[in-house]
Design a binder for this molecule. Sequence first.
Ligand code: G6P
Length: 614
Amino acid sequence: MCGIVAYIGKREAYPILIKGLQRLEYRGYDSAGVAMINKAGTLNVFKRKGKVSELLAFVKNEDTTGNIGIGHTRWATHGEPNDVNSHPHYSQTKDLVMIHNGIIENYAAIKEGLTKRGHTFLSQTDTEVLIHLIEEIKKHENMKLDHAVQAALKQVIGAYAIVVLDKNDPDTIVAAKKGSPMVIGIGTDDFFIASDASPIVEYTKNVVYLEDEQVATLRRGQELKIRNLKDKEVTPYVQELTLEIESIEKGGYDHFMLKEIYEQPRSVLDSMRGRLKANEGEIKMGGIVDHEKKFEKAKRIIFVACGTSWHAGLVAEYLFEEFARVPVEVEYASEFRYRNPIIFEDDIVIAISQSGETADTLAAIELAKSKGATVLGVCNVVGSSIARATHGGSYTHAGPEIGVASTKAFTAQVTVLTLMALHMAKVRGTLSASRYRQLCYEIEAIPGKIEEVLKLNDKLREIAFIHKDTSNALYLGRGVSFPVALEGALKLKEISYIHAEGYPAAEMKHGPIALIDEEMPVFVIATKGANYEKVVSNIQEVKARKGKIIAVVTSGDTEVKSVADYCIEIPETDEFLVPLIAVVPLQLLSYHIAVMRGCNVDQPRNLAKSVTVE
Ligand code: G6P
């Protein structure tokens, strides 16, 4: 959460910062701010509550010149979102300014000490406390900025990615990180810093991912210097970015979310490419090959994740238990980490995360590792903290997901987890060869089937129009479609602010049925499979109370069609693979409803995509 960007070199910093902040807005958009030092040595700081567009309007006639600068887009933690709490923050003398992504947990104690020593604070933020501390150390110990940053960070408990500017040294930027991500781009005669590579990729492909507790000094015309908090010099490991600029632009779509929904045939295919050879009945997953013995012997699998990724874990529970006959638990990472869970050395813990940065998931991984479990990751962002913290795993290859509401990451996660479950089944000998082969062929056909579902967009827009003004909605599913109901409800509530709940269809009669009246849309996944007749009965129960049924059914269905108010027909597939297809119309319905209600679908209120705070 929070996006940071910085530049030092020969170009004008401001346009680079603004473009970078717009790319990072998915990380938070409570406020935005920039600081530049101009040719005359004046430090100009502009910050504003709201989105980057509001900052742009605010600074229209101001001096934004200078070829060194920092920028920040905020997701508020300490202090309400207002102009004063916006970043950058000044030190006591206003000579230093800083941007920060993360949380300084012991800021109150540090602030108390500083206040006693005469410091006064303008904001309620933890960030302002840290920059005051850095300045105090710099002055009292007569240190250079980078050494003062090192010394201050030794006193800090918490997470940070910070960038500091000194008005009196317009040729230097100092940056440091722990727990929050930071990428440094190395240009021909300039440096870039950002929370992810998206603000950097159009200028350079050479990047260094800063590691925890490292401090980077970026001096104009000099090589990048990195030291750790113990002042040991570290040789920067320069990597080449594979990210393409087109993948982070809207490409003609009105919203990133819509683009990402439409990318799913491709992202699902990319997630199985090179791994699944249906013809040869082979699934190869490089990142787990070294753990095959563990797969064979595992007594249990525990999935840890948050949000949509947790729903992917719930789908995986059905697949791993069915195919590999291994007991599975699916845990909210935030609960798991604080519960003193019982973990055995022959457990496999699989962390699922699009961003690879979610703080709770990262903490759950550390806990599982400390108890001796094998920890694997299913991440989308290559080189992310979770990908690096795990013993192995498989990337999802969905490409950058920018819409805050997750869509293509979910289907890519379910694809990878399906392959893993089948692979584990093969290793453990729990599936017949013919069933295994049949499933491989079915998976291969999924991208084409998603393509078919996307053709229903016009019909889905019509259904969305009819239900756009509802204030409640219920989503029902059974078996492997139950997590799809949860995901459908989450999509609707997070982008359209309509209250929605997902339920196992049979549980409806233990509570939610009381809510049903002629106003209440009930979305039901009623595709063909073992539970079909039971779901049809649940639909009848809703109809008997005059509820409106919008059913996702298997193409050619007649039974549900005869009772439902609206039917969305999706191609037939194996019942365990239904989530990969059935979720797509639910994503589109939510998207259209949110657009019709005038909501900002890509950046819903109060949410952020990369949740680096617990
Ligand atoms: C946030 C995002 C969700 C995401 C969740 C977990 O809440 O808005 O879209 O599912 O975090 O994020 P992760 O990156 O770990 O999958």
